[in-house]
Design a protein around this ligand. Structure first.
Ligand code: PMP
Length: 286
């Protein structure tokens, strides 16, 4: 089966799909994206992902490329045409195609949109979660508006590659005060020795992860103690548990941070319980 992409109004073979060389996403990283999990052929939490897409676009003063109803149809079509049962749908919207110039193009220039989908095995993520992952810390070096999900991910790319070269799967960014902000493509959490879940407040310093929001809701439903506050890297070294959240990895236990083994060195009970809850209660949209 050949893969299909949606590019500016057309469904095209993935191998032939391209955007113009003067697309502002390509020239300036002037665009935003979303990644939505597909499970059992359904888009998971599409409503929340599209809410966040609209917010990212409005923060950058880029128009929605089409109505929300039409966009939902395109997302489902791309998943369906690629026969994705388990995997992801990727949406990217940029400020459009115009002669290279830092100033915004004229309002007549429409935003550009690309949607792709691909299968990803759930078994692989589950296998990783059974053992937990290692993370390394890196100095926070991103811009001050990482709450906007822009395609400008160069610091994340470099930091995640450094993690891989150090034998880890993810990076945790640490700000100038020694406080963990978030992962390279995930939100960061710890469970303190007294069983309190801690994650940084979603201000401008982190992306407000959809998975993070769901875990907060589930933790409340389970009656867990939660504190939304910044935590230091040193506090994380001494935590009972640590984990990351992201739509593609759900709740991923962290068993090593830099050279420090976290807790018992294996996925902790709180992380595993939340991972299970997450499987059971995620909002589906067909
Ligand atoms: N932070 C960053 C920097 C990310 O790239 C991601 C993944 N999109 C997240 C957090 C987690 O967000 P979500 O739970 O919505 O996937």
């Amino acid at each position: 089966m050949s893969r299909i992409a949606y590019v500016n109004g057309q469904y095209v073979p993935h191998a032939m799909a391209g955007v113009h060389i003067e697309d502002r996403g390509y020239q300036f990283a002037d665009g935003v994206y979303e990644v939505c999990e597909v499970r059992g052929g359904h888009l998971v939490d599409m409503r929340r992902h599209l809410d966040r897409l609209e917010r990212s676009l409005s923060e950058l003063r880029i128009a929605m490329p089409m109505s929300r109803a039409a966009l939902e149809i395109v997302l489902r079509q791309v998943a369906r045409r690629n026969l994705v049962r388990e995997g992801i749908v990727y949406i990217q919207v940029t400020r459009g195609v115009a002669r290279r110039d830092h100033f915004f193009p004229s309002p007549q220039v429409p935003p550009a949109i690309v949607v792709t989908a691909r299968s990803a095995s759930r078994a692989a993520a589950d296998a990783l979660a059974r053992n937990g992952i290692a993370v390394i810390s890196q100095p926070e070096c991103r811009w001050a508006r990482v709450d906007i999900k822009t395609v400008g991910l160069l610091p994340n790319v470099l930091a995640k590659q450094a993690a891989r070269e150090a034998g880890a799967r993810e990076v945790w960014f640490v700000d100038s005060r020694g406080l963990v902000t978030e992962g390279g493509s995930s939100n960061a959490w710890i469970v303190t020795q007294d069983g309190t879940l801690v994650t940084r407040p979603a201000d401008f310093g982190i992306l407000r992860g959809i998975t993070r929001t769901i875990v907060l809701e589930e933790a409340a439903a389970l009656g867990l103690r939660v504190e939304e506050r910044p935590f230091a890297l040193n506090e994380a070294y001494e935590a009972a548990e640590a984990f990351n959240t992201a739509a593609t990895a759900l709740v991923m236990p962290v068993v090593r941070i830099d050279d420090t083994i976290v807790g018992a060195g294996k996925p902790g009970p709180v992380a595993m319980r939340l991972r299970q809850r997450f499987h059971d209660f995620t909002e589906f949209s067909s």
